[in-house]
Write a protein that binds this ligand. Structure first.
Ligand code: UT7
Length: 334
């Protein structure tokens, strides 16, 4: 297919997939030295979803993908590319996206691969999808942010295990027709690998292959310096949003909805305050699902669009932050 710079991309539809199993803060109190009060006050999280034995990341990823397809009136046979955005694939190989491809029944003409960009993954996937649609190479792309984070937390580390949950969100990205308002306007990603150690899974990779030492030290799990991450998250999510607004000669008052990464209500409040975003324009789902990493933004967007809060034609600003460090911002007209 020829490259055509006049092609624009849009989010055609969204979908979500969560495990049914709910774990409340009170449930956690039974086996972790924590309290509902601490978790609620320090993070805003009240409950999260946890995959049961036998359920996998790609199951909820496929559920989200199928929901997006159904909403758009398309089938898996229409899809050219699946971009899996995940930090917790079923297996290191093959990709989560390939598993989703098989589960939704997409054809061999569909490419499928994962990108690893920590919590900024879904926006990074959207940046790739936007570029591919605009280049004319693909016409229908699924961007699936899907996580099985509860399989990678140390349930003895109260500093991390209470924060994360499992979930998946998917967007179907297609061409926007000439007279259509819906459009992906901007997607930007930034990284700073110098701080890679402050949020990572230190072991069970090629640097430190799985061994008894790795297992005894819990090095296969998520490790985080929460306070440092907090500071970087507020600074970088704010700056990338300011950069996007300035590039498009917009102010926060022009934005209908702001969807920040859902890691901690205090981070969301701090970024919203710095940007001057009114609280009634800030979309939230952290209280129900905790931090689902790459799935926080698409699931939140999906819920707000599905319930009619975000309306077609609304201008939506998004931002995310995670390990790497990586952070990203996006501006779309829904
Ligand atoms: O998605 C990727 C990006 N991730 C993030 O954005 C997360 C960023 N960080 C955070 O959200 C916050 O730093 C946390 C929620 C992780 C921690 O909140 P904090 O206000 O920074 O707490 P802290 O780490 O300073 O700990 C305060 C106290 C400590 O006790 P002492 O030393 O004051 O006696 C902790 O041991 O709270 C204690 N604590 C807990 N207590 C009850 C830590 N975790 C818990 C817990 N339950 N689950």
């Amino acid at each position: 297919m020829k490259s055509n710079t006049t092609i624009r991309a849009k989010i055609s539809a969204l979908g979500s997939g969560f495990p049914d199993n709910i774990v409340t803060n009170k449930d956690l109190e039974k086996f972790v030295d924590t309290s509902d009060q601490w978790i609620s006050e320090r993070t805003g999280i009240r409950e999260r979803r946890r995959l049961l034995d036998g359920e996998n990341n790609s199951d909820i990823g496929a559920k989200a993908a199928l929901a997006a397809l159904e909403s758009a009136g398309k089938t898996a046979a229409d899809i050219d590319l699946i971009i899996g955005c995940t930090n917790t694939p079923d297996r290191w190989m093959p990709s989560m996206a390939a598993m989703v491809q098989a589960k939704i029944g997409a054809t061999e003409k569909c490419a499928a691969y994962d990108i690893v960009t920590a919590c900024a993954g879904w926006l990074a996937g959207m940046q790739i999808a936007n570029a591919f649609i605009r280049s004319g190479q693909y016409e229908n792309i699924l961007v699936v942010g899907s996580e099985a984070l509860t399989r990678f937390v140390n349930w003895k580390d109260r500093g991390t295990c209470v924060l994360f949950g499992d979930g998946a969100g998917a967007a179907l990205v297609t061409r926007a027709s000439a007279n259509e308002k819906s459009e992906i306007i901007d997607m930007r990603v930034r990284s700073d690998g110098r701080y890679g150690d402050i949020l990572d899974m230190p072991g069970a990779g090629s640097r430190m292959p799985t061994s008894q030492t790795v297992i005894d030290g819990g090095l296969q799990y998520i490790h985080m310096n929460g306070q440092e991450i907090f500071k970087h998250a507020v600074r970088n999510m704010t700056s990338i949003c300011e950069e996007i607004l300035e590039a498009h000669r917009l102010t926060i008052n022009d934005i209908d909805w702001f969807i920040p990464h859902q890691a901690n209500i205090r981070i969301i409040d701090a970024v919203g305050k710095k940007l001057g975003a009114p609280t009634e324009k800030v979309a939230l789902n952290v209280h129900k699902y905790g931090n689902t990493s790459t799935a926080t933004i698409p699931t939140c967007f999906d819920e707000y669009a599905e319930t009619g809060k975000i309306k077609r034609g609304d201008l939506v600003l998004m931002t995310s932050f995670g390990g790497g460090l990586t952070w990203a911002g996006g501006l779309v007209r829904w």
